[in-house]
Design a protein around this ligand. Structure first.
Ligand code: SF4
Length: 340
């Protein structure tokens, strides 16, 4: 059993089961999730007997930095982490005016098959445990020596295809005895697994929901995201509106812009019709090319014009600011290069 994969409640239960007093669970939880200490010996308020007991009963789910790429134009850093079973995942540190953020992976690889994404090329190796998601944040916080203010679950993997571990991750990262990051500072990006959007609303997970929309015309979207074939756009928007109602959180629709494919007047019309009654925000993202997909981003002028037209139609729209341009390999590309 991995000690850092246990919620506070689970830790209490397991600690008492091995004969340690309940208050020790609070201390150990704080060491692991607040002080980010993985070595039992350095948990200075534990007795030798307790330390030995922990060593006998639990493992620590470790990940290690395999490679790090630091931008020369800003303070972005990309990390390749090696998991215990030698799988490789990607994470990114981003410095904004409003604070420091990390983008983490939720699966090693991905099964969703989005045609513009390098993460899906080898399929999904496996789901990440909550501890492996947490450790990405902890390792980056320790490496950069800064307090992480916000998290986006937008690296490789479809987080809602790993729902139970995502839920546990949310539980631990928002615990007041841990990093205590507000739900409102956590964004989960999904290609739109509708039943899990409803479940997240019912479970009150409270994260910011970002949908990889990329097209407002069903046939076009199916071409970009094969997994979306079973989810009708109107049902997806209905689920997102429900999420907004339950959580009070405005949904973001991510829209990767591909020259000549989803940047036409017809796309503006369809996007407007689809979202005009929703409390939402559209984020335009210029396509980041990968060799396996034959497409390029429209020019900056075209993207700005697309944005203006949506704004005219009262659709709140921004263009994503690019950080780490010089190391800006598309999502999954670093991991993929490593696997090759
Ligand atoms: S974009 Fe996200 S959901 Fe789609 S294949 Fe890549 S990692 Fe998976």
């Amino acid at each position: 059993m991995f000690i850092n994969d246990l919620t506070h409640q689970e830790l209490e239960k397991n600690i008492t089961q091995i004969g340690m007093p309940k208050y020790r669970a609070d201390q150990i939880f704080r060491w692991i999730h607040k002080s980010l200490e993985s070595d039992y010996v350095k948990m200075t308020n534990l007795s030798i007997k307790d330390i030995n007991c922990l060593k006998d009963s639990f493992q620590y789910d470790m990940i290690s930095i395999y490679k790090k790429y630091a931008s020369k134009v800003d303070e972005t850093k990309k990390y390749l982490f090696e998991l215990g079973d030698r799988n490789i995942i990607e994470s990114v540190f981003l410095r904004y005016d409003f604070g420091d953020s990390v983008c983490i992976s939720s699966q090693a690889g991905c099964n969703m098959g989005c045609v513009f994404c390098a993460s899906t090329i080898g399929g999904k190796a496996r789901n990440l445990r909550a501890s492996e998601m947490l450790e990405q944040v902890y390792m980056i916080q320790k490496d950069t020596k800064t307090r992480i203010d916000s998290i986006v679950v937008m690296g490789s993997g479809e987080p809602l295809d790993n729902y139970n571990n995502l839920k546990k991750f949310m539980n631990i990262i928002t615990d007041e005895n841990g990093l205590n990051i507000s739900k409102r500072k956590i964004t989960v990006s999904t290609c739109g697994i509708i039943d899990k959007i409803y479940t997240a609303a019912t479970d009150n997970l409270g994260f910011n929901l970002a949908i990889s929309l990329h097209a407002a015309i069903q046939e076009k979207r199916n071409k970009l995201i094969p997994a979306s074939k079973k989810y009708l756009l109107k049902d997806l928007i209905e689920a997102c509106d429900h999420y907004t109602l339950k959580s009070g959180r405005r949904v973001t629709y991510e829209y990767i812009m591909i020259d000549g494919f989803n940047d036409t007047d017809e796309d503006i019309k369809s996007l407007t019709a689809l979202l005009k009654n929703s409390n939402c925000h559209v984020n335009l993202i210029p396509l980041n090319p990968i060799s396996e997909f034959n497409g390029k981003a429209p020019s900056d002028i075209q993207i700005r014009s697309f944005q203006r037209n949506l704004m005219k139609n009262k659709i709140n729209t921004t263009v994503r600011r690019e950080l780490g341009r010089d190391i800006n390999a598309a999502c999954g590309q670093l991991r993929n290069n490593h696997i090759k």
